[in-house]
Design a protein around this ligand. Structure first.
Ligand code: RFL
Ligand code: PHB
Length: 389
């Protein structure tokens, strides 16, 4: 079997890249370790930057997003149960779109099916070969049969635990990481959202986030110790703790119901340099992880896809490989900016083991400054809505 671009991983990065390339007349094969049902059962991101929205439209997969996504022009930040709003339109003239990653992935699968793209699911033991030379290939096993795919380039879109990044020799690969000493316990419930816009709450008991998917589906999170397990948290215990951390007017009117999903996610910042090795190009979580506080993970995946798509198009259409050579440098520049913002927002909003009285007062003072300074709000807004790519 032969293709131009072998794409490892059928998450949002892999599918979006495949869709854009196919539409530009560049052949792809996507190799996904899991079944489609499994991929679509993962509840993850919820906020899309506008550039990401436009890229999905460019891929011809934006119709349902445009109909069902909810445009948000601001967020609330709360400090010790008192909130204030940051107006994105006023602060930076941009907005974001609330649309679940699960729905986006579903739309990308449908768009790929509609154009007859090749997605191989349940591909086991995917391995990358010859990446340093000019004849790379990928092997895998499916239903007990070994397969081989020859290609021009490989896109490693297989997430943090994938194989692609591991292919880059340790002598070349430089990984920079911060692991945060807490996690997020998240629940999804079929209840109307706590508020129309997202609320990020700093509280002495820990961080809380009120988010949503649609007018009848809420996504809520609380900061918990890494030693906690999902089984320890009954729905009642979650709702009690969540309410304590919210502004009282929101807590009082909060509609609660049974959780339909509950999970704990650890928080980390992670960057792998370089993002290119020979004919292998890393995209999305395969190359970097940010804590979810700034809603940047999926959006960074989209900007990597944009840079790689443009570079591959230039290579095939104009026989110009300059952008491919600069891919890692170009992508990493934006990765570090989003890493900074996610780290800053995580540091501002969470209770750390060593936060103490001084740390807490610094967070409260910074939030007070944000509430009253137009330039501080402009900085938050332009980063939250997404730096240009
Ligand atoms: P994914 O989604 O992990 O997809 C990788 C795919 O590769 C497959 N795979 C393999 N396939 C073949 N062979 C192998 N050896 C393979 N190993 C793995 C996997 O099965 C999978 O299908 O990575 P991708 O595509 O780069 O997408 C990244 C995003 O999923 C991620 O950045 C976001 O979900 C992060 N994130 C958020 N991002 C935002 O932009 N806004 C948000 O509001 C937001 N909220 C979140 C989040 C992530 C969260 N968690 C659970 C980590 C909230 C949470 C709680
Ligand atoms: C979500 O809705 O899952 C979500 C929203 C904003 C974040 C993180 C997660 O910062």
């Amino acid at each position: 079997m032969r293709t131009q671009i072998a794409i490892i991983g059928g998450g949002p990065s892999g599918l979006l890249l495949s869709q854009l390339l196919n539409r530009a007349g560049i052949e792809t094969v996507v190799l996904e370790r899991r079944s489609r049902d499994y991929v679509l059962s993962r509840i993850r991101a919820g906020v899309l930057e506008w550039s990401c929205v436009e890229l999905v439209r460019e891929a011809g997969a934006g119709a349902r997003m445009d109909g069902e996504g909810i445009e948000h022009e601001g967020i609330y930040l709360a400090s010790q149960n008192r909130g204030f709003r940051v107006d994105f339109m006023k602060s930076c003239g941009k907005k974001v779109m609330v649309y679940g990653q699960t729905e986006l992935t579903k739309d990308l699968y449908a768009a790929q099916d509609a154009i007859g793209a090749t997605i191989i699911e349940e591909a086991e033991d995917v391995a990358l070969h010859g990446v340093e030379g000019d004849k790379p290939y990928v092997t895998w096993r499916k239903d007990g049969v070994e397969h081989r795919l020859d290609c021009d380039f490989i896109a490693g879109c297989d997430g943090f635990h994938g194989v692609s990044r591991q292919t880059i020799p340790l002598s070349v690969r430089h990984e920079i990481e911060r692991v945060y000493p807490f996690g997020w316990l998240g629940i999804l419930s079929r209840t109307p959202p706590a508020a129309e816009e997202l609320i990020y709450a700093n509280h002495r008991r820990g961080f809380a986030l009120a988010s949503l998917r649609n007018p009848m589906l809420s996504r809520y999170y609380i900061q918990v110790p890494l030693t906690d397990s999902v089984e320890q948290w009954s729905d009642d215990a979650f709702w009690d703790e969540f309410r304590r951390r919210l502004p009282p007017d929101v807590a009082e009117t909060l509609k609660i119901g049974p959780s339909i999903e509950k999970s704990i996610a650890p928080l980390r910042s992670f960057v792998c340099e370089p993002m290119r090795w020979g004919r292998l190009f890393l995209c999305g979580d395969a190359a970097h992880i940010v804590p979810p506080t700034g809603a940047k993970g999926l959006n960074l995946a989209a900007s990597d896809v944009h840079y790689l798509f443009q570079a591959l198009k230039q290579h095939f259409e104009e026989k110009d490989s300059a952008a491919l050579h600069h891919y890692s440098e170009q992508a990493l520049k934006r990765v570090w900016l989003a890493t900074r913002f996610s780290w800053w927002m995580t540091s501002l909003m969470h209770r750390f083991p060593d936060t103490g009285e001084f740390g807490q007062r610094m967070q409260e003072t910074e939030l007070d400054y944000l509430e009253h300074s137009a330039s501080a709000q402009a900085s938050l807004a332009e980063n939250y809505c997404g730096l240009p790519f």
